[in-house]
Design a protein around this ligand. Sequence first.
Ligand code: H79
Length: 434
Amino acid sequence: VNGQTKKLFNETAAQKQQRMKWWTDARFGMFIHWGLYSLAARHEWVKNHERLSNEQYQKYFDEFDPDHFDPKAWARKAKAAGMKYAVLTSKHHEGFCLFDSKYTDYKAPNTQAHRDLVREFVDAFRAEGIKVGFYYSLIDWHHPDFPIDRVHPLRPKDEKDSAAYARLNKGRDMAKYREYLHNQVRELMTNYGKIDILWLDFSYPGQFGKGKDDWGSVELLKMVRRLQPGIIVDNRADLGEYADGADFETPEQVKPETLEKYRGKTWETCQTFSGSWGYYRDETSWKTHRQLLDLLISSVSNGGNLILNVGPTARGEFDYRADNALDSLAYWMHANNRAIYHCTYAPETFKAPAGTKLSYNPDTRRLYLFLFDYPENGSLLLPGYKGKIKYAQFLNDDSELLFKDGDDNSGDLTLTVPKLKPPYDIPVVELILK
Ligand code: H79
């Protein structure tokens, strides 16, 4: 508030950059939202939206039976799509734990699954060489000590009535919940080997809200980094003056055009296929292949990551729409991932012509031109590129593209492209700088 910031960890900027290098290079990850809400199949906030009590929600715990759960298949699909890390909801706001916690009975081992599903996720993804992370909800709509606030399913009808909150919260003790949350995060950071990412969600400080003093965020972060020194942690625990102790910003479900303002920061946009994070059977708002590609390309070309979410079904598999979307991304990434990994925004001098976006690999000094609109007339004018390009090719087949520096003083370069568009929704041209 007073603009003063304090250091939470003894780490230089260069050391932090080193710790995060694999992640900033990766650019593309998979989010997985899976829990009891997958049975309701109408949004992971169903308990909140429909103001359901624990008793009303109990049927999902009783019926949870993920007989098709096959995390190796999930991991293969993530890998094929070019995703380098995966983050699973160990516990979402509903409070149900996919892992075996000794601090609760509200967990997968006590359902018809009869086992720790987080452990199987970790083993399967690690085996495919994919980094693993845990999403852990700070919010808990099941725990008896979690005080009812303005975001709780059991919030009073008049959401500003402080007397009503006081009545509802008799017997609820935030200190006890805080201890529970710290205990569970300690379990997650202790029992599953090396964990690469922790994704805490989320804070809403202010009246009838919750923030860093409720979560004990500063102590929590210290514990996490002590147990997992290499871990990367998101920015949603509300660290206040210690905000520098968080590793990345988390623009959620934002439009690709808004990502330019994050240049120079460390960030990851989290996005869904259809709007909801949990499996939502009847949702019809699925993004097209082109929209998904735009999210990935817009992230990289503004120096950030994309974590794209899958909401598996209650039986534990990806539904056909998620499979189809991932297959299309796999096809595109197989041919074009050199424009994604280790790439960022292009140096100032290179502007993306209309209908294109640009990324840049600073190590190989190669520019990537994403052709959102394929040039109809067989050529593309690149303003200011004159004299700067050594070689040009399509990325999907390394086939040469001819180009010519302009002979006037405009600084233009003209790239020739074939009539036949390569079989990719958005083809990529690789420009090797002199
Ligand atoms: O796990 C996924 C979502 O379920 C969760 N984050 C992703 C990764 C999420 N859903 N919504 N949100 C985060 C933001 C919610 C904001 C609101 Fe509010 C809750 C708007 C109104 C109620 C914050 C709290 C602003 C006012 C109160």
